[in-house]
Design a protein around this ligand. Structure first.
Ligand SMILES: Nc1ncnc2c1ncn2[C@@H]1O[C@H](COP(=O)(O)OP(=O)(O)O)[C@@H](O)[C@H]1O
Ligand SMILES: [Mg+2]
Length: 308
């Protein structure tokens, strides 16, 4: 499989602060690759290195088989970039924003207009072509930045939190469009702190924390290798839970993990433990049995979940 991105031991300091402490990953052609992590993990810095906004301090970064410092202009032409901050031009209406951007890629005026209209339709913004940027909702701006990133028909799409600020409907629309692009062979790298987004879209991902990659794999590999397959969430104050519950769950072959609002019990035998906690005097209406997810992997590796 052709490697589109090869990153080895990337480091970066802002002043004395180490934002990246040796980050490595590869992205294969056609893959959707995710970077997950809390704020400050180093996701945006990593992506900025890919699109040329942050300099690689040490380590190796290759893009389409070229060292990043020598990326030929022809390769910059096939990148699509959605930065974390919406950097739209507030002085231009929606359609003009896109046309102006397309012209930067050397696309002729007539074709730029045609392509811009097509991308507005693609992202469900065709009714907004004359609107001013300030009149758009946060979600519409986000969709517009995605539309803009597609004007040059990129082969590698770099998306920094593409759906932050979108309502659930907008998020599903973006997911659907990104899946469509993936089926056309577009390679993608995205950051997110929505675990469901990562599970839905990413073929493979890394979990980053404080400038390091903690783990890498497919969503199901990560769940299988870091946590037991079922979780019982006990939503009760800790003083309402028997003191020795950890030992009881251990004796059961499972594991108890304290979380902010209670305790999570991990087990291979969800139904059997569910019966058991009833016998232990825990009210089942304050408990919840579910399959383990990426959120649990995150909680285990970083010490907290992704919910605010
Ligand atoms: N331009 C900058 N100047 C100083 N510190 C920065 C700058 N950009 C990022 N940082 C710091 O580097 C760390 C990583 O930031 P970033 O890559 O934006 O993380 P993420 O995108 O995962 O939230 C954070 O602690 C952030 O405060
Ligand atoms: Mg960021």
């Amino acid at each position: 499989m052709k490697q589109i991105v090869v990153a080895e031991s990337l480091t970066k300091h802002y002043g004395d602060f180490p934002a990246l402490k040796g980050v490595s990953f590869n992205i294969s052609e056609g893959e959707c690759f995710g970077l997950l992590g809390h704020n400050g993990a180093g996701k945006s810095t990593t992506l900025k290195m890919l699109y040329g906004l942050a300099r690689v301090e040490s380590g190796q970064l290759r893009l389409f088989d070229h060292p990043i410092s020598l990326t030929p202009p022809a390769i910059k032409q096939i990148l699509g970039v959605v930065p974390q901050e919406d950097n739209l031009d507030p002085d231009l209406p929606v359609l003009e924003n896109l046309i102006t951007y397309a012209r930067l890629f050397g696309i002729g005026r007539a074709q730029a207009r045609e392509k811009s209209l097509a991308m507005l339709r693609f992202m469900g913004l065709d009714a907004k072509e004359e609107s001013l940027i300030d009149a758009l909702s946060g979600g519409q701006k986000r969709r517009l930045v995605i539309a803009r990133a597609l004007l040059n028909s990129p082969r590698l799409l770099i998306l920094d939190e593409p759906t932050t600020g979108l309502d659930p409907q907008g998020r599903h629309l973006v997911w659907q469009k990104l899946r469509g692009l993936k089926s056309e062979g577009v390679t993608m790298v995205l950051t997110t702190h929505y675990m469901e987004e990562a599970a839905q879209l990413c073929d493979r991902l890394v979990i980053m924390h404080e400038g390091l990659v903690l783990t890498e794999g497919t969503p199901s590999e990560l769940v299988a290798s870091h946590v037991l397959p079922f979780v019982i969430e006990i939503r009760l104050p800790l003083d309402a839970i028997p003191d020795d519950i950890g030992d009881r769950v251990n004796a059961f072959g499972g594991e108890a993990l304290p979380v902010m609002e209670g305790l999570f019990l991990y087990t291979r035998e969800g139904n059997r433990l569910w019966q058991q906690i009833g016998d232990w005097g825990l009210p089942q209406h304050s408990c919840f049995l579910r399959p383990a997810s990426l959120e649990d992997v995150f909680l285990r590796l970083t010490g907290r979940g992704t919910e605010p």
